[in-house]
Design a protein. Sequence first.
Length: 154
Amino acid sequence: MCYQCNYAHLLENSGLGSTPNRLKVLEVIGNNNYPLNPREIIDILSRSTDINRVTVYRILDLLVEKKLVNRISSGGRSFHYGLAPNEHHQPHPHFYCRQCGSMECLNPESLHLDIKPLNRTFPGFIDNVEVRLDGICKNCLKNEEIKSNSKASL
C-alpha cells in the first residue's frame, strides 16, 4: 500500500492520460496491502463502477508496459499485480502460498539481494529482478493444524 503516491501524477508522468478507468485500476492496486489477481481487481472495481473485464485486462497490460505496475508470476499462467517501485514505493520480495494462492508483500529489508556481482559477469542489461518465495502461509498451516487436531480427537 502506498499512501504517498499520487496516481494521477504517475499516469501523466508515464505519458498516459489519467482517464477515470486507468486511475481507478491503479488506485485499487496501489491501495491494497498485497498484490491482487485480475479477478480480485475486477471484483473491487465492480463495487463502485461499471467496468468491462476486457477493459481491465487492457489497462493492466498498459500499466505493466509503462512500468507503473508489476506483473508478478504466481505459477502457471496466472499473475498478480502490484505497484511497481517508484520514489515512494520500494522494491520488495513477495511470498506466494501454494495452497490457497494468496500473495503477500514482504518487508524490503527481509531479503537482501545484491546483483552487482551478476552485473559484472552477465553480458546483458538487467532492469528488473522479481523475487518470489513459495510455501504455505500461516493461515493454511493453522487450518491444517485444526484439521489434524479434529481428526485426532475422533
